[in-house]
Design a protein around this ligand. Structure first.
Ligand SMILES: Nc1ncnc2c1ncn2[C@@H]1O[C@H](COP(=O)(O)OP(=O)(O)OP(=O)(O)O)[C@@H](O)[C@H]1O
Ligand SMILES: N[C@@H](CCO)C(=O)O
Length: 296
């Protein structure tokens, strides 16, 4: 069997960051890796990610390849991932972004970052995971229409993230089903103000203010709180702990994410482990780079 030695690495992403619902996301140092082994009689993807994830053309990675490069010949792929699925760490976006990267390689086309974000948004529907998975860093974005995303990237210095990842899945579809269809005008104005100042403070680097506003979301956390009791438990445990900026529901949950100062990671980890939740506690680096292709 041939092996092209081409590897695609896509970072995990944490979306929303509190009040940035469907708009703010950050790339983190945890990766989905795809290896292109070589041509094959039919599309096949080896992985040990669980029975629910197909090994053939029904796999999201291959579906994405065929959506954007329908004429490429079938290939054999190998997939490994440190990103847990359906936990609010952007696993589905990582699969889509890997598929676009492979489509680009196998079809010989060249797409710039903005084009790839537009393409991925067509499949994902909201850009807050796919934009940082492609561009890296922290990305603020909005879909102008299905295939046109406006976005801005920023780098955060001296920060770390700590994820409390419950040992259960929560599909985005289920977590979106509990959101209201409408919001009062007064509530929308308030949410808009909080979101605007949150983003401006992110870009200013005022992380104390970012942390405060991070815990004032009005758009999704109040409605999802009952699905993820760990959010309130982590907030309570980390109240007044040195080096903690703020805690939010990562993506659609159930992961609860805390933004911390890089110098205080160990002490905060100890606090979270003492909670003894049915969850993994994982420190994560801010990833300045998005999807990477190695071996070309
Ligand atoms: N590596 C993968 N290959 C193929 N399909 C995947 C892969 N990773 C995730 N998926 C699909 O995506 C689904 C999870 O997507 P979902 O949007 O519910 O959660 P998430 O992307 O992990 O979290 P969030 O969007 O809240 O950050 C899985 O159930 C599976 O169908
Ligand atoms: N912004 C999305 C992220 C998950 O795909 C949500 O919270 O539903």
């Amino acid at each position: 069997m041939t092996n092209t030695n081409i590897r695609i690495k896509v970072p995990a992403t944490s979306a929303n960051m509190g009040p940035g619902f469907d708009s703010v996301g950050v790339a983190l140092g945890l990766y989905l890796t795809l290896e292109i082994v070589g041509p094959s009689a039919s599309w096949v993807i080896d992985h040990e990610l669980g029975e629910g994830i197909p090994h053939d053309e029904r796999n999201m990675v291959i579906e994405t390849i065929l959506r954007f490069a329908p004429d490429v010949a079938p290939h054999h792929l190998v997939m490994t991932s440190d990103i847990p699925t359906a936990r609010g760490l952007g696993s589905s976006s990582s699969a889509i972004v890997a598929g676009i990267a492979i489509a680009e390689i196998l079809s010989g086309q060249k797409w710039d970052t903005a084009t790839k974000i537009n393409m991925a948004n067509e499949l994902e529907g909201h850009p807050d995971n796919i934009a940082p998975a492609i561009a890296g860093g922290l990305v603020v974005s909005v879909a102008m229409d299905e295939s046109h995303v406006l976005w801005t990237k920023a780098i955060l210095d001296d920060v770390h993230f700590i994820a409390v990842v419950p040992h259960r899945e929560l599909l985005t579809k289920a977590a979106r089903a509990v959101l209201p269809k409408e919001l009062s005008f007064t509530d929308a104005v308030r949410a808009n103000g909080i979101g605007n100042v949150f983003v401006s403070k992110l870009f200013e680097g005022d992380l104390a203010a970012v942390g405060t506003l991070m815990e004032m979301d009005q758009l999704h956390e109040p409605f999802r709180a009952s699905l993820v009791p760990e959010l309130a438990q982590v907030r309570e445990a980390l109240k007044n702990v040195d080096g903690v900026y703020g805690t939010y529901l990562s993506g659609a949950g159930p992961t609860v994410m805390t933004l911390v100062h890089a110098d205080h990671v160990d002490a905060i980890l100890t606090n979270l482990q003492a909670l003894d939740l049915d969850a993994s506690v994982i420190p994560l680096d801010f990833a300045s780079d998005g999807v990477i292709v190695e071996g070309m």
